[in-house]
Write a protein that binds this ligand. Structure first.
Ligand code: GAL
Length: 687
């Protein structure tokens, strides 16, 4: 099979910056890319100043040639619109392009992402460059896909505090509320006498002596999210008019939730994302402990990349690419570890296992100058293939061998039976009012994901508006606010539902739910949360197995089965319904830790990983699923099925025994996997 055919289900690519290298090098680079087995090259996403060196004067000859050189080697091009790097002339002519920080300081020219989404000058200039680029290359046979901008929000640039943003925020509020009294009511401005008489009196929710109104902060987050969604849609609409049926995508980031990715994804054909497993371990300080960061420093956390693969597959309507794959040390974390040999290969296989159609490495060659000179590539600065490049070549050879044995139809998707719901506005709520310094909605979500994955389950990470009918188990990990449509849909299903602490606790304006939490879930969970408690690090409550339905004598000697940390809800049965709530486990002081009613389960605290896994295993069995007992000594072993193929990846640090179902044909790897090891086996026809 031709590796560059778009129908090849497992493709490898690379990010390349022809403008940063002498033209004489391009041909040799393109040849070497082909020889390495790459099929796709992403270019141009920061090259605005080379495409339009002066306002309205375009220079295309270099880009024409770069595309031709790549195409001559049979390589396919993904073209990036260059709006992440506005040129100096634009900023000089229109200083309002530049964003401002929360203190009102202008962020200056001299790096990238120096623009405010609300700037009319930026919008006009972006429209012009995207139109010109699309008109020139939209129908080019070598250009197979388009990327809009680059990593919206990177370097903390989503929120901007310019006069243009303020005017747009006021307009947004006027559209939403129409009447200023409706806003006063929704925000609760009577608190501390914060009533406003006109939309023009409203400022940014920053700079106050203490917290601004939560609803004010929440609406600013919604507004800022809508601004980037609108900016992106503007680009997508221009592209669509020129590019035919070539897919349009954006490269999202990991560990990032500043805008509603589901809303932005609506206009895209594919969600791509940039996977930096080691960089993410180093920067995930808010929800990985220091020992965890030590443990996974050279392999990446076993669930973080997988979580994002599953998240973006959902955002991309089933289509996901890894647009940038870490291939060696990065330059941007506080500490930049060297991947354990074998990990670049393992990450690549893991992305494919989770449905990636393309894994594209960042970058072709390490650049000996500029801000990212310490960032590795597939090749060293002297042009010699680096460890990442060697592993990419190994994956290429393995793909060819596996596809020969299995054929591409071996990879037809098998639907997951477990859905984990992620809702961005709920994540903002947990940032605005954490109520416990270490309570991060994102971290809580990943903990639940991790518990499910340690049970060998395949998971879809879905949005609140997605169709939940295909799932046997639906997990709501602390969704603080539930959109009405989601509650309605959940009520119509018979799936097992697990709600984490804080679920349904807030109104859309970030007020306390009425009736008391779990608010809209009361019809299904006849309980109320009468108080909540957050716990500083080191404080915990033991959890005892004390099931209402169990033999009373068994309770006397109950041993702790785990501990709650960070958070707990004090749950009591609802007073207005018959006492049907079943308590499964209790905290040491008698408050329920886990309750259920029919298929509905509620976790009244954040518990340690082992206990959460035990709870999720029970829920999975109740849903008719088959959680697998993975090798308990192998903390880094994870499984994922794609089509007929079952993948096992060992993120280490110990060797792992891979479960071997009867009749399975082993295609790659052995039953014992070393750290960084990958095994693939094919399920028998009947499984
Ligand atoms: C990404 C970005 C790339 C490059 C890379 C380095 O965030 O999209 O342009 O900077 O990081 O790891």
């Amino acid at each position: 099979m031709n590796p560059s055919s778009p129908s090849t289900p497992l493709r490898l690519g690379v990010c390349y910056y022809p403008e940063q290298w002498p033209r004489e090098r391009w041909r040799a680079d393109a040849r070497a890319m082909r020889e390495l087995g790459l099929s796709t090259v992403r270019i141009a996403e920061f090259a605005w100043s080379r495409m339009e060196p002066e306002p309205g004067r375009f220079e295309w000859d270099w880009l024409d040639e770069a595309i031709e050189v790549l195409a001559a080697e049979g390589l396919q091009v993904v073209l990036g619109t260059p709006t992440a790097a506005p040129p100096q002339w634009l900023v000089d002519a229109h200083p309002d392009v530049l964003p401002m920080d929360a203190q009102g300081r202008v962020k200056t020219f001299g790096a990238r992402r120096h623009y405010c989404f609300s700037s009319p000058s930026m919008q006009a200039a972006s429209r012009r460059i995207v139109t010109a680029m699309a008109a020139r290359y939209g129908a080019h046979p070598a250009v197979i896909a388009w990327q809009t901008d680059n990593e919206y929000g990177c370097h903390d640039t989503l929120l901007s505090y310019t006069p243009a943003a303020l005017a747009a925020f006021r307009r947004w509020l006027a559209d939403r509320y129409r009447d200023i009294d409706a806003l006063n009511e929704a925000w609760g401005t009577v608190f501390w006498g914060l009533q406003v008489r006109d939309f023009d009196q409203i400022g940014f929710p920053v700079g106050q002596p203490t917290d601004p109104l939560p609803a004010h902060a929440m609406d600013f987050r919604r507004f800022a999210s809508d601004e980037v969604v609108r900016f992106n849609r503007m680009q997508v609409e221009i592209l669509r008019a020129h590019v035919g049926d070539r897919p349009v995508l954006h490269n999202f980031m990991g560990l990032f939730s500043d805008f509603d990715h589901h809303a932005l994804g609506e206009s895209l054909d594919i969600a791509a994302w940039d996977s930096y497993p080691l960089g993410h371990v180093d920067t995930a300080a808010r929800f990985l402990t220091e020992p965890e960061r030590q443990q996974w420093a050279r392999t990446g956390h076993p669930d973080l990349s997988a979580f994002h693969h599953d998240l973006y597959r959902g955002i991309g309507h089933g289509r996901m690419w890894v647009m940038e794959q870490q291939a060696g040390p990065v330059n941007w974390a506080a500490w930049n570890a060297l991947p354990l040999p074998g990990m670049v290969r393992a990450w690549t296989w893991e992305a494919f296992a989770h449905g990636a159609e393309l894994v594209s490495y960042f970058r072709w060659r390490q650049l000996p100058f500029g801000q990212e000179q310490m960032h590795s590539g597939l090749n060293r600065p002297d042009g010699v293939l680096d460890q990442g490049g060697l592993e990419a070549a190994q994956v290429r050879a393995e793909i060819d061998r596996l596809l020969e044995v299995g054929g591409p139809q071996a990879l037809d998707p098998v639907p997951a039976r477990v859905a984990l719901v992620v809702d961005y506005p709920s994540l903002w709520m947990s940032q605005i009012q954490p109520q416990g310094a270490d309570m991060a909605g994102f971290g809580l979500t990943v903990r639940y994901y991790s518990a499910l994955r340690r049970l060998g389950l395949d998971i879809d990470v879905v949005g609140p508006a997605d169709d939940l009918r295909p799932y046997a188990l639906i997990v709501l990990p602390g969704l603080m606010h539930l959109p009405v449509s989601l509650t309605r849909q959940l009520g119509e299903l018979s799936a097992v539902v697990v709600a984490g602490p804080r679920t349904g606790s807030k109104t859309e304006h970030l007020g306390i739910a009425s009736p008391l939490p779990p608010g809209p879930l009361r019809p299904f969970l006849p309980m109320q949360v009468r108080a909540v408690e957050s716990m500083r690090p080191g404080r915990q409550y033991a959890v005892l197995a004390q099931d209402d339905a169990a033999d009373a004598n068994a309770n006397v000697a109950a041993e702790p089965i785990g501990h709650a940390q960070q958070w707990r809800d004090l749950v009591e049965p609802a007073v207005d319904v018959p006492p049907v709530l079943r308590v499964h486990d209790r905290f040491e002081d008698g408050w329920p830790a886990r309750v259920s009613h029919g298929v509905w389960h509620y976790h009244a605290g954040l518990v340690d990983d082992a206990l959460l896994q035990r709870w999720m295993a029970e829920a999975a069995r109740a849903a008719g699923l088959n959680p697998v007992a993975l090798d308990p000594q192998a903390t880094g072993l994870r499984l994922r099925r794609r089509g007929r193929w079952q993948f096992a990846i060992n993120h280490g640090p110990q060797t792992a025994q891979v479960p071997s179902p009867e009749g399975a044909i082993r295609l790659l790897g052995d039953a014992t996997l070393p750290p960084g090891g990958v095994a693939v086996w094919s399920w028998p026809e009947t499984a």
